[in-house]
Design a protein around this ligand. Structure first.
Ligand SMILES: *Cc1c(COP(=O)(O)O)cnc(C)c1O
Length: 488
């Protein structure tokens, strides 16, 4: 399996999985994708129905990570997807399923299901991919006796998922910037209570954008970046996307009894990483009917799927919402889908994303490319969308609590709200649950007048000792700090 860039030129080399594992963007500025999507036969799907999550992950990933020996990959997936890691399921007996499926509603031929992806250590779906990444990184670095210093910024979910995935890993250090006193008490406690020597929390005197600017400024110093062996784990990382493909297979197989049946998925979306994995699963032959992108007030993706216009927002136009992990100004993985949409034409992708830089977006409505009507292809690929607001979120959390007796988090509520608008008789609709309610308790309290239940072990997390340093937005000081810790 070779990987190509969405903006490939004649100078761009195809790469193997292990080579793109530790990197981000391709050298030409594009994103990596397989040269062609591996296919899954009906016989394979049948055989996969009986597999454990870990074995299913092995079968799916084997098609993509062809340069990792089978036995090693099998060891990595077995170590990653165990009930001990995904033990925060509401019902202990469903932990073995890793991503248990729960029926919310079955009425008049319409079925609404919830697939729980948030039973990992940080109670959000990012653990699903990040836990694998931690084990893959450690494995790949050990092969070369190399080390890696992950340097990133977080407003919550990504940073904690990365830290829990990398803690205690050989050859890896994490420097994670977060805005000082701007995260919720729960999220702060999750990250700062980690005492592992290889996890370094840096609270920056500023807002999240300041943290991101610091990461950019340090990463733009290429000699420094190379000397300090700095890498990232942001959402465009290919291994993160491909690890997420697995649970679409799992959800499909759990919701159906034979391969003539279809299901649809509604995905709470921000950077388009999660739903991009659904697109890839479908391109591999998984019988998915619709993929529905659910956004919050930051409706860049909903606007595109309704109108064909992709328009990125300025930071001043980006809302701080009660589903904060979907507060985006642009969708960094969207380019992967656009590449397929325009018939895998890298020149056209480059032109479109240059237009995003120069004019803030592009318009595919009514556009006839060389492969026919690109906008019509969006429907062909089965994408739909919807949007949810703070009031919708509150109403949906209340509703789901009243009707089914479970508390869903704010992001999942956006998903359920939009899913209900897209249900069809005869096609089960699976909403991906992307976080547990305990993480966003402020809004649960507002909606229900009660605190969200916390999984065992999280009761007193705020009272644990915290390890972090506070720093200013001085880039030179940051570099000195990093160098002092790496000793490089
Ligand atoms: C990251 C995140 C999302 C958005 O996922 P994307 O891959 O960026 O679309 C949704 N919900 C939660 C809880 C998240 O942490």
């Amino acid at each position: 399996m070779q990987y190509i860039s969405t903006r490939a030129t004649s100078a761009t080399q195809p790469e193997q999985f292990s080579h793109i594992l530790l990197g981000g963007l391709a050298p030409d500025g594009g994103l990596y994708l397989p040269a062609e999507y591996p296919q899954v036969s009906g016989a394979e799907l049948d055989a996969w129905r009986a597999l454990s999550y870990a074995d299913l992950a092995y079968e799916v990933l084997k098609k993509f990570a062809t340069d990792i020996p089978d036995a090693d990959l099998k060891a990595l997936t077995s170590k990653t997807y165990t009930p001990e890691v995904y033990c925060n399921a509401r019902a202990a007996e469903s932990a073995a399923a890793i991503t248990p499926l729960r029926v919310l509603e079955r009425e008049g031929g319409k079925t609404l299901l919830l697939q729980a992806l948030s039973n990992g250590p940080t109670l959000a779906f990012k653990d699903m991919a990040m836990q694998l990444l931690g084990n893959l990184f450690e494995y790949a670095l050990a092969q070369d006796g190399a080390e890696l210093n992950i340097f990133g910024a977080t407003s919550g979910d990504t940073g904690s998922a990365a830290e829990y995935a990398m803690r205690g890993k050989q050859g890896i250090r994490v420097f994670m910037l977060s805005p000082h006193k701007k995260m919720s008490a729960f999220q702060t406690a999750q990250m700062f209570s980690l005492q592992d020597p290889n996890i370094i929390n840096i609270a920056v005197d500023g807002v999240f954008d300041d943290c991101q600017d610091m990461v950019k400024a340090v990463s733009n110093d290429l000699p420094f970046k190379a000397r300090q062996k700095i890498g990232t784990v942001n959402s465009i990382n290919w291994a993160r996307v491909v690890a997420q493909v697995v649970y679409y297979f799992r959800g499909y197989l759990a919701a159906t009894t034979d391969n003539s049946q279809k299901v649809s998925f509604t995905v709470p979306s921000g950077n388009f990483g999660n739903i991009c994995a659904g697109h890839i699963a479908r391109m591999m032959g998984l019988p998915i009917d619709k993929l529905v992108a659910a956004t919050n007030e930051n409706d860049v993706l909903d606007e595109f799927f309704r109108t064909g216009v992709y328009r990125v927002r300025k930071s001043a136009e980006t809302y701080h919402t009660s589903s904060p992990s979907m507060d985006i100004s642009k969708a960094s993985n969207f380019e992967r889908f656009v590449y397929d949409l325009v018939g895998r034409d890298p020149q056209r992708v480059r032109a479109l994303f240059e237009k995003v830089e120069s004019e803030g977006g592009f318009d595919l409505s009514g556009h006839f490319g060389s492969d026919g009507d690109e906008w019509a292809l969006v429907k062909h690929y089965g994408f739909e969308s919807g949007k949810s607001t703070h009031q919708d979120r509150l109403a949906t959390i209340r509703d789901v609590q009243d009707d089914y007796g479970i508390t869903i988090d704010t992001h999942t509520a956006d998903g359920v709200k939009v899913a209900r608008e897209h249900m069809q008789a005869g096609v089960p609709m699976i909403v991906l649950e992307t976080a547990l309610a305990a993480k966003f308790n402020e809004t649960i309290l507002e909606a229900l007048g009660l605190d969200a239940e916390r999984p065992a072990g999280f009761e007193d997390i705020e009272s644990l000792p915290q390890k972090f340093v506070v720093m200013s937005t001085d880039v030179e000081q940051m570099k000195t700090f990093i160098a002092a810790h790496t000793g490089l």
